[in-house]
Every structure is written in C-alpha cells, then in structure tokens.
Write a protein that binds this ligand. Structure first.
Ligand code: NAD
Length: 288
C-alpha cells in the first residue's frame, strides 16, 4: 500500500481558520516587520509568500528591504528601531544574510517578545525548560502541529530526527521528547556512524538535512511515518525552468512508509502558518 500523503497545505488551511478567530479577538491588529537584505531570488519569493499570508489573515505587514551593502551596525540600528516601535509586534530577518553580516548576533538583539522566528536564545532556552507556550521556531512547531492534525500518537514511539541545526533539528528533538509528546528521540547528524540503520529502527523519521533525496526506500521500515523538511533545488533539464524542488527523502519512500509529507506542499506551508501564529501570539503577549 502506498503511503498516505500528509498534506501540509490542508493542515495549514485548517490551522489558519482557527487563527482567524484569534485575530478577530485581538485587541490590536497584529503587525509583522520583515527585513530582507540583498537580492537572493529564493529569499524574495519566501518573503512575498509570508506577506501574502499576512494579507489573507488580516495581519499588518511592513516589508523592509536593504541593499547587500548594508553594514552590521546599520542593520543593528534597524533592529533597535523595530524593537522600539510599539506599533510592530514581530520582527523577522529573512535568512540567509550576506556573508559579511553576523546573523546570530543580530538575532540576539531582537526583543524576545518580538522574536517571531523563535531563534532568540531566550525562546530556544524556554523549550529546554519545557515551557512550550511562547514563541517557538516555526518549522519544528509546524511539524508538531502536522503530526497532531494527522492524529499521530507520539507517546513511546521511536523517532529519528536527521539534522541538528538550531532552527530545525535540535528544537525538533526537544519538542518531540517534551512531556506530553513523549517520544523517544535519536538525533542523528553528519558524524553519526550509520544513519541508515538508525532510520531502519524508527517508527517516525523527520529529515532536516539539506541533502536531496538522501533518505532512501531501503532506509525505512514498513509502516514508518516520514516527515520531509528538506527543500533543495536540483538541476533538472526536463523541467522548463531547468530545476525542480526536491526534499531530503526519496519519493519512492512512499512505497514503504504509511504516511509521507510531500515537497512542496508539506512542511513549507506549516512553517508559514506558524510564523503567522507567532505574530498573533507576539501581539497578544505585548498587549496583555
Ligand atoms: P543546516 O545545514 O543548518 O543543518 C543540516 C544538518 O544536517 C546539520 O545539523 C548536519 O549535522 C546534518 N547533516 C549533514 N550531512 C549529514 C549526513 N550526511 N547525515 C546526517 N546528518 C547530516 O540545515 P537546516 O537549516 O536544518 O535545513 C535542513 C533542510 O530543511 C534544508 O533542505 C532546508 O532548506 C530545509 N528547511 C525547510 C524548511 C521548511 O519550511 N520546509 C525550513 C527550514 C529548513
């Protein structure tokens, strides 16, 4: 039996419906500021999608675009002024930044109450403490929401998370193993000896590695649930534009898995939905 598709787009639509009623109960209109530096085409597409989602939901957005020549201290001044702007509830710095800019120290400057990416050390640290009511990183929070939506019982399940980045893999492992989710998590990474055999022992695999189609059909035991976080551009001359999007999971895994999230249309829409949710939460926190 081929895997059922874990449709992130439908999940995001259902999630946004609930969000609309929260927005209508907000005492202020949530307001997101999106900072983009340089002219990376993919980043501009991501920012446009985020702004479109804001418009759809009635969230105000301000798009702040800077040339790739901007200096670290100029960008720090931008963050300071956004922190001070009481009409704005969420600050997002679109990644990646040009290499002369230090993304980590800019994130440190964002007021944690406005940190809608959930990357500030205070917000990441809260997850370690099991305080899951704050601003959490959008992609791992989106994966948790997708699993809830699909009625996946995580308790006691063996989950393998591939990738240990601060924005996806590491917080994902913490959320899965937190009280209430109760999964038993193995976090594998570039120094893991035998990723395939770790995967073969998993009830659930979350792939967040950035290597196109790395997880092969013979890495997955029958009935496994597979969430593909990866978004990779691969050259494909059969495609009009000369490239296509590929996940971190080989499409033939659908033959072995019981549930598989597609790329595109899986985790991506949920990441944007969680950004919207964080913006609403940030407005709620600042206007309690
Ligand atoms: P990253 O490069 O920061 O981290 C990749 C991780 O993979 C690292 O921790 C590394 O140790 C691990 N890794 C590298 N090679 C490995 C190997 N051979 N075996 C096992 N582990 C290995 O990437 P990231 O930001 O976590 O993103 C991962 C993927 O998810 C990328 O394709 C990215 O585009 C995608 N992504 C998607 C969304 C979304 O909304 N769907 C959001 C964020 C990232």
């Amino acid at each position: 039996m081929p895997a059922k598709i874990l449709d992130g787009k439908s999940c995001a639509e259902d999630f946004e419906e609930q969000l609309k009623s929260r927005i209508s109960n907000c005492t202020v209109q949530p307001h997101l500021g999106v900072v983009i530096v340089g002219d990376d085409p993919a980043s501009h597409v991501y920012v446009r999608n985020k702004i479109k989602s804001c418009e759809r939901l009635g969230i105000r957005s301000t798009h702040l675009e800077y040339s790739s020549e901007i200096t670290q201290s100029e960008l720090e001044d931008v963050i300071h002024s956004l922190n001070e702007d009481t009409s704005l509830h969420g600050i997002l710095i679109q990644s990646p930044l040009p290499s002369h800019l230090d993304e980590e120290s800019l994130t440190d400057l964002i007021n944690p109450k406005k940190d809608v990416d959930g990357f500030h050390p205070i917000n990441l640290g809260r997850i370690v403490q099991g305080r899951l009511d704050g601003l959490m990183p959008c992609t791992p929070a989106g994966v948790m929401e997708m699993l809830r939506w699909a009625n996946v019982d995580l308790s006691g399940k063996k989950v393998v998370v591939i990738g240990r980045s601060f924005n996806v893999g590491m917080p994902q492992a913490l959320l899965l193993s937190s009280k209430g989710a109760d999964a038993t998590v193995t976090l594998v990474h570039s120094r893991t000896k035998d990723v395939k055999s770790e995967c073969l022992s998993a009830d659930i695999i979350i792939a967040a590695v950035g290597i196109p189609e790395m997880v092969k059909p013979d890495w997955v035991k029958s009935g496994c649930i597979v969430i593909d976080v990866g978004i990779n551009r691969v050259e494909d001359s059969s495609h009009v534009r000369g490239w296509r999007l590929a996940g971190d999971v080989h499409p033939d895994v659908a033959k072995t898995a019981s549930l598989l999230s597609p790329v595109p249309g899986g985790v991506g829409p949920m990441t944007v939905a969680m950004l919207m949710s964080n913006t609403v939460l940030a407005a709620e926190i600042q206007h309690q």
